[in-house]
Design a protein. Structure first.
Lengths: 248, 768
């Protein structure tokens, strides 16, 4: 396949970025999208250029590193996958592909397609945990039976990989889906109920401080989420938040 | 024969003055005829006593060479110990490379019965008071399961932790990709599991090349890991009664694996990450993301800090601490194609090795049987399909070679081949364990079938993993429970698919995305791929390397898995080391540091180390080469895979050593890195990692060459049984190979840690 790529190039956070055109040939439909990028970078190195910087690591859709905005969608046209799981068979010979970074005020660009998502870490640090020490003397795991339904729901929320596609897809750059996933995981489990009030308030406050926008229930985040995290969790987050504020 | 070992009794007076009830000590004697014609004799007392009447002076004529007769009530045990002693003596003398100052390596395994060693040790190690902990810094490199859990626990205890990872967040370490589960000896299923059985399975699975005391400790703490994780909110799979569910993994006959669908690693890592976050918020962990360790700094013989490169600014930084913990993972990316993440590398461990830490069993690599086969030259990595799939999937190739050819050419579909024409070769060769044999055995069996011409994809390197019978079995069960018609084939099939989806949904989706085939309808195609490295930095019982104050935990060390790791044990070991072992043992070392005060990073040692790194980077950046880093990495990977992969032989290993030496020279001559050194530059980061792989690769081959036996994942073609099973040599190779760095890697010095097994009998590992 022959492809025309239009890639966002930006030297660093201060520099001005622009779209640069590349042409690439002999792309096999069995290649993954990132393998296509590897081929491009090999070509750029051969021509003494600066290869396109992009985040990637596990290349099996679980680490959440890869973060490209492809033809106007985070992680590209397919649903329920990350960029590294996208394969070139999804494109046609002669296609033009736009590749941009995840854009949001809270995700400053580091270089080219690499953005700084440490805001997500800081939100987690503000309350995304259960305060329990490693003593080796905690209760036996089976002393707390948990209804399968709740355990499964907590698991579904916990599958969030923290990639930031929800923020990138949202017209408000809201991080509600991300925050709701963590808040819900813990609030659905008896272990997490103990600190539920403080957790939700702290995490929502931190989210606002980081400069993420508000949620207007558009639902783009759910559509683009590679793990299919449900909008129900945002509803759950709102409920938890209201409940916590009433309690305080 | 120019060398031999004999047993004798230690007579202290003329023989005729003894009565038959007198007890004498048994000695082992080692004779060697030297080149100069003289005899070398070494005699050692064994501490074993034997009555004259129980002594068999014709022991050398018997097959088992047992000198103590069955009339002694404890003859089995005594003979076993004697055998071990003689082997120890034999290999100790044989090895001329043994260094006098380090060897024999002191593993510091505590005395006492095996099951009390750890609790006794915990009671005896020195402690550091909370007030003093506040003045002590610890560096942790890597934030996967081992590093993350260690950071969290050390910070909880009050130490100041400086954590480093090359990823953009500590949550992205490659532990996240572990799929199947984590073992623990909880015996929730009531199937006879126990700490001893988990210990025994792990020792046996590792083909008797791991340290008994470490493995037992691992089994002991396994159960606390599950408790800890559940308390942290890790959403493990549960049954309808609300209690935790288990499944089974390869090499065992019980169900002791806890899991969270096919994302167990992710859930456990997020648990450790959340525990870390709590400490980051308290200011007890200083988290440095996008930082890569470049070197370790040793001051007055102790590890006192590291040099890092900031991957965003390119700046070389100095960081000091009272101790350095390496949790930097494994080095499977040596093979270029592996299931490891793209960034996983050996550099941190290798730099420590170059500064004096011994590297143990580098060639012990796990080739995982169920990965998606290679499809083309452009491929950048391989994807694992969890071992848990072997609970329900059956592995087969066609019985007739013509059918295999037709399937390869696309003339025949696998679903069209009837049962009688299929060869379920694992069930055929290993009826007791069937599809759940350990990974090394399953991988070799797949290679054997494919080499014989029965491979089922275009490249001829793939076998089928088939779920059709599980789908029907589950479907019927579900139909019965729901009171539906079990004769309705379509209904049963769709119910069965639902069950399979609930269990392995994400894996099936992953497969479909990569291969573009629906594994619910047609069998998966799989082939072995590099997955895990059992080898790593040599550590003692306290998990300290041979550099004082430098620790290695998780996959970065060598201690628990021997020559083959059992499924669902990596997560267990990572968390055991980080949550429960290291935080106990490190206190003992740091108790000496309570008055040291802050470590300065302005000492000459730090500055020299920093300058060296800067020089090396300059050299690579200004190299007028013409070939990219990946070019070299791919060639290296091919050399290693073809010569040091699933089966190895002397000739290939020797040629691999030469080829790697040549490739390394060429790398420094013609590698080309473009872009800016002081900005985000992935090719530069890769170049530095590949430079280290090019050195490790040679040691890897040297290690495989020096081990003249087959054990676990290390299969030497010269050493196999008639049936093609691995042939272990306990007499000569019951030791850990720990290598001391030498600039000329081929000349690296071998130290041996002899493995004593007090609680298990060394057996042929049979899964038949």
């Amino acid at each position: 396949m022959k492809l025309f790529l239009k890639i966002w190039r930006q030297k660093n956070n201060q520099a001005k970025g622009k779209i640069v055109d590349y042409e690439i040939d002999e792309i096999s439909p069995d290649m993954s999208f990132l393998e296509m990028m590897d081929v491009l970078n090999e070509k750029i190195i051969e021509e003494d250029g600066d290869p396109v910087a992009f985040d990637h690591d596990c290349r099996e859709g679980i680490c959440g590193s890869c973060s490209m905005f492809i033809n106007g969608e985070p992680h590209g046209p397919d649903k329920l996958i990350t960029t590294c799981q996208l394969h070139m068979r999804r494109f046609k010979d002669g296609d033009t592909i736009y590749i941009e970074p995840f854009r949001a005020k809270a995700f400053p660009i580091i270089k080219d397609l690499v953005v700084d998502r440490s805001a997500f870490d800081r939100i987690q640090q503000s309350g995304g945990f259960i305060s329990i020490n490693t003593s080796g003397n905690t209760l036996d795991a089976n002393t707390i039976p948990i209804e399968k339904e709740y355990a499964d729901k907590a698991f579904d929320a916990a599958t969030c990989i923290g990639c930031g596609a929800c923020v990138a897809s949202c017209k408000n750059s809201s991080a509600m889906l991300f925050v709701s996933a963590k808040v819900s995981q813990f609030s659905l489990l008896p272990q997490g109920r103990v600190e539920a009030t403080d957790r939700v308030i702290n995490m929502v406050n931190q989210m606002d401080e980081e400069g993420f926008g508000n949620c207007t229930n558009t639902g783009a985040c759910h559509v683009e989420c590679p793990k299919g995290i449900s909008l129900d969790y945002i509803a759950k987050l709102n409920r938890e938040y209201v409940k916590a504020n009433l309690k305080k | 024969m120019n060398k031999k070992i004999t047993y004798s009794l230690n007579y202290r007076k003329p023989k005729n003055e003894y009565s038959s009830d007198d007890e004498l000590t048994v000695c082992v004697r080692y004779y060697q005829k030297l080149d100069n014609g003289k005899n070398k004799v070494v005699k050692k007392s064994t501490g074993i006593k034997c009555k004259l009447k129980d002594w068999d002076s014709d022991w050398h004529k018997a097959d088992n060479r047992h000198p103590i007769k069955a009339s002694d009530s404890d003859y089995l045990e005594k003979n076993r110990i004697l055998k071990n002693k003689s082997v120890d003596l034999h290999s100790l003398i044989k090895d001329r490379n043994v260094s006098k100052n380090i060897s024999p390596l002191n593993s510091k395994v505590p005395k006492g019965p095996l099951d009390l060693k750890w609790s006794t040790h915990k009671n005896n190690v020195r402690l550091v008071s909370p007030a003093n902990k506040r003045n002590i810094d610890i560096i942790v490199v890597g934030t996967g399961l081992a590093g993350g859990s260690a950071c969290a626990t050390l910070a909880e205890q009050g130490y100041n932790v400086k954590a480093f990872c090359f990823q953009d967040s500590s949550r992205r370490a490659h532990s996240i990709a572990a799929q199947g589960g984590i073992n623990a000896a909880k015996n929730y299923q009531g199937d006879g599991d126990s700490v001893y059985r988990l210990f025994y399975d792990t020792i046996k699975g590792g083909d008797y090349r791991s340290r008994e005391a470490n493995v037992h400790r691992l089994a002991e703490v396994s159960s606390s890991i599950i408790d800890q994780c559940v308390a942290q909110g890790v959403p493990f799979a549960r049954e309808y009664g609300g209690l935790l569910d288990n499944r089974s993994f390869g090499g065992v006959l019980v169900s002791r694996t806890f899991y969270a669908k096919g994302q167990t690693g992710q859930q456990l890592l997020l648990g450790a990450y959340s525990a870390m976050n709590r400490q980051v918020a308290r200011g007890k962990i200083q988290m440095n993301t996008r930082h890569e360790m470049m070197d370790i700094v040793i001051v007055d013989g102790k590890a006192r800090g590291i040099i890092t490169r900031n991957l965003i600014t390119g700046e070389i930084e100095k960081h000091s601490a009272h101790a350095v913990v390496l949790a930097s993972g494994g080095y499977g990316n040596l093979f270029y194609l592996s299931t490891n993440a793209m960034g996983s590398n050996v550099s941190a461990a290798w730099k420590v090795h170059k500064k004096g830490a011994l590297f143990a069993n580098p060639s012990f690599t796990q080739i995982h049987p169920t990965c998606i086969p290679v499809s083309g030259d452009y491929q950048s990595k391989l994807t694992l399909m969890s071992e848990s799939l072997r609970n329900d999937g059956r592995i087969w190739v066609p019985k007739k070679i013509e059918d295999a050819k037709k399937i390869r050419n696309g003339e025949l579909r696998p679903v069209d081949l009837n049962e009688n024409d299929r060869d379920y070769y694992l069930e055929r060769r290993y009826p007791a364990f069937g599809n759940l044999v350990p990974r090394d055995v399953a991988s070799r069996a797949a290679k054997e079938r494919c080499d014989a011409g029965y491979g089922v994809n275009k490249t001829g390197e793939a076998v089928f993993l088939d779920f059709s019978s599980a789908i029907i079995r589950y479907g019927k069960e579900k139909a019965l429970v729901k009171g539906l018609d079990i004769e309705d084939f379509e209904l049963v099939k769709s119910l069965g698919k639902g069950v399979i989806k609930a269990k392995y949904g994400n894996l099936f989706q992953m497969y479909e995305k990569i291969v573009d085939e629906n594994p619910y309808e047609t069998p998966m195609m799989i082939y072995p791929a590099v997955h895990y490295t059992m080898g790593g930095l040599w550590v003692d019982y306290n998990l300290m390397t041979t550099i004082p104050g430098c620790y290695a935990i998780g996959e970065a060390n060598f201690s628990d898995h021997g020559a083959n790791r059992l499924g669902a044990s990596a997560l267990m070991q990572g968390l055991a080391d980080g949550y429960f072992v290291l935080p106990n043992t490190i206190n003992d070392y740091l108790a000496d540091d309570i008055k040291t005060g802050p470590i300065s990073s302005d000492s000459p040692e730090f500055n020299i180390a920093k300058n060296r790194i800067e020089e090396k980077i300059n050299k690579i950046m200004t190299n007028k080469g013409s070939k990219s880093v990946d070019y070299f990495h791919k060639i290296l990977g091919k050399i290693i895979w073809n010569n040091c992969g699933m089966s190895r032989n002397k000739k290939d290993l020797n040629s691999a050593i030469k080829e790697i030496q040549k490739l390394r020279k060429e790398f420094y001559k013609s590698v080309k890195v473009t872009g800016d050194q002081f900005s985000f530059n992935e090719s530069l980061a890769k170049a530095l990692r590949v430079a280290d792989f090019l050195e490790l690769g040679e040691l890897f081959a040297v290690d495989a060459l020096s081990r003249n036996e087959s054990c676990g994942g290390h299969f030497r073609e010269e050493y196999q049984t008639k049936e093609g099973e691995a042939l272990r040599n306990d007499d000569d190779y019951r030791f850990v190979s720990a290598w001391e760095y030498n600039e000329n890697i081929e000349q690296s010095k071998l130290h041996r840690e002899h493995l004593d097994f007090e609680s298990v009998e060394l057996k042929n590992r049979s899964y038949k």
